[in-house]
Design a protein around this ligand. Structure first.
Ligand code: M1P
Length: 256
């Protein structure tokens, strides 16, 4: 039996969405068509988002005209669920730095910044490491990049494998740290304790009595940051290619 909080929905099902590439173009805002589709969907099922980015970035992308994502979605999971809200209320969360410890974190920061300093790529900007509540985000070009610069780096990286070589090295160098290195977006990769991938958010919905949990994501291939939750036996995974594709599948499955 689904929790009484969700008794008003037609189906006792939860539908979770990745953000970048699934609900919005990478790091860009949500379209009105997507908002309307999600509103219609929320009448039928329970709806949540699970993004790798931090809460503020996801909010910026999904909020329109002053709306608030913690009210617009039944569940809002940022940083894979390390920052979590259910029906507007925060759920308990953990911290990357506490889990890893200051000394190990410092060792890794030194290594990463030395490596980036010596890296020869077409352009570099600022903010090469961003420490978040549940993860560390590393960007070889730096996070202070424009959309055009991001797109250029992404294209360059596809050819030269800058991030892939970097994470392969870190996996070897820090093999005993119990960390996962995940390339999810365009210009960076995420580092978090193994198990703190998007499946982390599922612990917040266990016990709600959902008949099915659907997950929509675009990086569902092995090594992509949607892979673990997409292949998890607790979810029914849907691999989509763009926000328009997400709308198409939602119409087919839930809105026709
Ligand atoms: O949503 C996927 C990723 O989005 C951003 O990646 P990038 O800035 O490289 O495009 C980051 O917030 C990253 O943490 C996240 O996994």
């Amino acid at each position: 039996m689904v929790s009484s909080s969700f008794a008003d929905r037609t189906y006792p099902k939860l539908v979770l969405f990745d953000v970048d590439g699934t609900l919005t173009p990478a790091r860009q805002s949500v379209s009105q068509e997507m908002i309307d589709t999600l509103k219609a969907l929320r009448k039928k099922v329970v709806v949540g988002i699970v993004g790798g980015s931090d809460f503020n970035k996801i909010s910026e992308q999904l909020s329109v005209n002053g709306s608030n994502i913690i009210d617009d979605f039944d569940y809002a999971f940022a940083e894979n669920g390390l920052t979590a809200y259910r029906l507007g209320k925060p759920l308990e969360s953990q911290s990357f730095i506490k889990c890893l410890g200051e000394d190990k974190y410092k060792t890794m920061v030194k290594y990463v910044l030395h490596y980036i300093a010596d890296l020869d790529i077409p352009i570099k900007r600022g903010t090469f490491i961003e420490l978040r509540n549940g993860m560390m985000n590393v960007s070889p070009m730096g996070r202070n990049a424009t959309i055009a610069e991001r797109n250029e780096f992404e294209a360059y990286d596809k050819i030269h494998g800058v991030r892939l070589a970097f994470v392969q090295l870190l996996r070897k160098e820090f093999a005993d740290y119990g960390l996962t290195f995940s390339i999810g977006g365009q210009i960076s990769f995420d580092v978090f304790p193994t198990g703190w991938d998007k499946t982390y958010c599922l612990r917040h919905v266990e016990g709600e009595g959902f008949e099915e949990i659907h997950f929509f994501g675009d990086k569902t291939y092995k090594g992509g940051n949607d892979y673990e939750i997409f292949t998890d036996p607790r979810t029914i995974g849907h691999s989509v290619t763009s926000p328009a594709d997400t709308i198409r599948v939602l119409k087919e499955l839930f809105l026709s």
